[in-house]
Ligand binder design. Sequence first.
Ligand SMILES: Cc1cc2nc3c(=O)[nH]c(=O)nc-3n(C[C@H](O)[C@H](O)[C@H](O)COP(=O)(O)OP(=O)(O)OC[C@H]3O[C@@H](n4cnc5c(N)ncnc54)[C@H](O)[C@@H]3O)c2cc1C
Length: 362
Amino acid sequence: MEAMTMLDDILTLWLEERAEALDADAALAGALVPRLALAQIFKTGVPASAGGSGDKPSAAIGVVADLARYSMSAAFVFWAQRALIECVLASPNRALVQRLLPSLLAGELAGAPGLSNAMKFLGGLGQLQTRFTSDAHGFTLDGRVSWATNLQRQGFVLALAAGNQEGTDTSVFAVPSDADGLTREPDLDLTGLRGTSTAVLRLAGVRLGEDWQLHPQAKAFLPGIRPMFVGMQCGLGLGLARASLRAARAALDDGRSVLLGELEALEAQVRDLWEALSTGVDSGRLRERPPELLGLRMRMVEIATDAVQLELQALGGRAYLRGENGGFARRWCEAAFLPVVTPTLAQLKAEFARAQVTGTVG
Ligand SMILES: Cc1cc2nc3c(=O)[nH]c(=O)nc-3n(C[C@H](O)[C@H](O)[C@H](O)COP(=O)(O)OP(=O)(O)OC[C@H]3O[C@@H](n4cnc5c(N)ncnc54)[C@H](O)[C@@H]3O)c2cc1C
């Protein structure tokens, strides 16, 4: 069941040797984007006409999954960069696209999507944390972004959605890290994924020209990027599950263990999830069917959680020995990230419960 990898051997070795460090501290945070850029993987799944590699969109999900087999930190930073690229690709603001896209694809500029607040807000949850006013010269933004990843010290561009004062409009902006009034807080004190450059941002009177507006209507914009946002998130769990199942298989005694049936069932579920996801994203079917996409997203969390649990059972007591568990402890913690990234499992459960009543999801 070993899946083909789209990463070169030198990169996988680099990740293998640094996976624990990327999870445990921020020392390698600045090296991560340049190292991924060296492998040219940010172009994956981007149309050739836009400067990308011209392969199918699912190829980008495949890269997330490949990275997550080695390091969730690397996979999530890749997700952030590629998600920001999706935002730019979907923007009707051609001048902004031309200005940002080449450096994002080359990994010379880091991309940070701070859109979970807006996604929740448009799903009917909570308040928008950023507001904008407009005048003849452009926009002024105030507020905060509670979570954003890939806020590289060398500079970044952030995507966020802000509401107007009247509360009638929500607009999506790109904000450069050197904008006056934008403050990046120190990295959050995370329990893992500490190499992901994740922090809070504060905006106080940030002035932006119209040439920084990604889209005037978040309500129209966000559903368009959702299949790739959510699809690539599924790659996180797919890769983690593959790594755990591989470790579990290696730990089983001659394939005769009592756990073999569960292992084979989970391997089949991973294959089925990949099949449904990749064909659905490439054909555009999942764009038309949000409930199916969100159902796969929930399934991903279950499969990854079950896979790490199975790895624990296959390893037995060895799982508790530092230095002898082959990365199990890190994967256990990485699995805990999957239910809390927006759309969180709680949000998805709430949405499906609501659908039972109203008959619509997404
Ligand atoms: C390491 C890390 C990196 C991150 N990076 C980014 C990033 O780059 N960009 C970004 O935008 N965000 C990022 N996030 C934020 C992430 O995507 C989530 O938005 C965040 O973790 C959700 O937190 P929450 O407490 O609001 O969870 P939720 O699950 O949304 O809410 C928590 C509480 O609300 C309840 N609840 C949730 N939904 C409902 C509902 N519909 N009805 C009733 N109750 C409900 C839950 O039961 C729970 O009690 C990151 C988070 C982490 C941990």
